[in-house]
Design a protein around this ligand. Structure first.
Ligand SMILES: [Cu+2]
Length: 493
């Protein structure tokens, strides 16, 4: 008998012994994840708003954990100058982060203040039982409901509203994450963050200003106006970026509320050391992009090794640059040129998101709505938008690049016909043009993804910068130009 076969037989005998011992255990054996009845005084769960995560649980015994979650319907900013009526768990999108320990008995209270207009409920994917709690938690405005469950399975789980029309409740922001920690806890890290993607459907175009209602038809067609991390463009960029220091470990609980899209979650410039994909217990290592299904979540962990801005995106990349699915982790600390030579990614990947915030854009939108918009407000908004759109080619100082991109600074072409500039932006420009005595024969692509107010503000900024002649372009002028017949390309020269 070979040594290997002998080893196998021994292993088999051991296994059989274990199985027999299992049978011999008391008949009233508990199911996996059930560590017995709650012990000690009930505790109130710490709930946090995104991007924050409640502290790790240090208890060594199962407890009764009381969760008090309030449903809040409220108007919030979805993008600069754009408002949306969100329905939320706890007043934020995503809803409050809930953290419990495997084996805990969770007494869940869902409350809906009288001011709400809709009934709501909650389906927690971490609940074992029909509907995940949905049926027991139907809550009308001015009411509260209560149900209890035992958190049997560890992992990161999505919760969401499941009141009809379910898609609409989810599309309005009614989802969040609940972490069921294993009894021993998760390995210690320096930072834990809570990030959740969602797709949003407004009747107006992307970044169209003012209050935007929900668009059911776009939602059914699965054509979102916005794809966002944490419920708003800019929720995690500029002065609201996530932070870490060089050498620190970062764990992100990344959920996807949907309602429709699957996320190709990627952090530009980082490799995930570990991913607990689909929120499950298996660990995948050295991952570039992880797929997060609608109604699913993952735990990603990595170390920030080089300083700079790391851009979180849905790598279905138009969503990142044209629908808002972009967030930033700002890592501070000393350079490590052995790993990376050290040039910022700012202008390439961040676009207008490299600014600390786009407050001037909101201000201009509000002023326009109130009928008080001034030229200075337009210039300020235009300056923020110019960065990352026009500056890519014409440079941030408007100087252009000799022979390739004509200057906007002191441009005689611009000064000769300022209205023509709006047409150039909307329709693009190609063929020979002479700017300040130099000939250019290149192509400027149409920038017609920009809204009327964005074009007006950018051009007003350009006209009033770098010794250009001044003047003002209004949103209404651009609107008219957009709907009028396209100018023949020769006419633009
Ligand atoms: Cu709801």
């Amino acid at each position: 008998m070979s040594a290997q076969i002998r080893k196998l037989i021994v292993a088999f005998a051991l296994l059989a012994g274990v199985a027999l011992a299992g049978q011999a255990a008391p008949a009233k054996q508990r199911m996996a994840g059930d560590f017995g009845p709650p012990q000690g005084e009930p505790v109130h769960a710490v709930l946090t708003s995104p991007p924050h995560v409640p502290p790790p649980i240090t208890r060594t015994r199962p407890a009764k954990v009381i969760v008090d979650l309030e449903v809040v319907e409220k108007e919030m900013q979805i993008s600069e100058g754009v408002n949306y009526t969100f329905w939320t768990f706890g007043g934020t999108v995503p809803g409050s982060f809930i953290r419990v320990r495997q084996g805990d008995t969770v007494e869940f209270h869902l409350k809906s203040p009288p001011g709400n207009k809709m009934p709501h409920n909650i389906d927690l994917h971490g609940v074992t039982g029909p509907g995940g709690g949905a049926a027991s938690s139907f809550t009308a405005p001015g009411h509260a409901s209560q149900f209890t469950f035992k958190a049997l399975n560890e992992g990161i789980y999505v919760y969401h509203c499941a009141t009809s029309p379910v898609g609409m409740h989810v599309a309005n922001g009614m989802y969040g994450l609940i972490l069921v920690e294993p009894p021993g806890g998760l390995p210690k890290v320096d930072h834990e963050y809570y990030v959740m993607q969602g797709d949003f459907y407004t009747t107006g175009k992307y970044r169209e200003k003012g209050h935007q209602p929900f668009d059911m038809e776009k939602a059914i067609a699965e054509q979102p106006t916005y794809v966002l991390f944490n419920g708003a463009e800019g929720a995690l960029t500029g002065d609201k970026a996530l932070t870490a220091k060089v050498g620190e470990t970062v764990r992100m609980y990344v959920g996807n509320g949907g309602p429709n899209l699957v996320s190709s979650f990627h952090v530009i410039g980082a490799i995930f050391d570990q991913v607990r994909y689909e929120g499950g217990t298996e660990v995948q290592k050295n991952v570039q992009t992880t797929l997060i299904p609608a109604g699913g979540a993952a735990i990603v962990t990595f170390t920030a090794k080089v300083p700079g801005s790391y851009v979180l995106v849905d790598h279905s990349i138009f969503r990142a640059f044209n629908k808002g699915a972009l967030a930033i982790l700002k890592v501070d600390g000393p350079q490590n040129v052995a790993i990376y030579s050290g040039k910022e990614v700012d202008s390439v990947y961040l676009g207008d998101r490299s600014a600390p915030n786009l407050a001037a854009v909101s201000t201009a939108a509000e002023a326009h709505a109130a009928g008080t918009l001034t030229k200075d407000e337009q210039i300020a908004a235009g300056q923020q938008l110019f960065a990352g759109t026009c500056s890519v080619c014409h440079q941030s100082n408007g100087a252009g690049l000799p022979g390739v991109f004509p200057p906007l600074a002191k441009s005689d072409f611009l000064a000769a016909d300022t209205a023509r500039a709006a047409r150039v932006v909307l329709q693009g420009l190609s063929g020979k043009v002479t700017v300040n005595g130099s000939e250019y024969n290149s192509v400027m692509p149409p920038m017609n993804q920009l809204n009327d107010d964005e074009v007006a503000n950018i051009l007003t900024y350009v006209l009033n910068s770098w010794d250009n002649p001044g003047g003002r372009i209004q949103k209404e002028d651009v609107k008219q130009m957009r709907t009028s017949k396209p100018a023949a390309s020769a006419e633009a020269h």
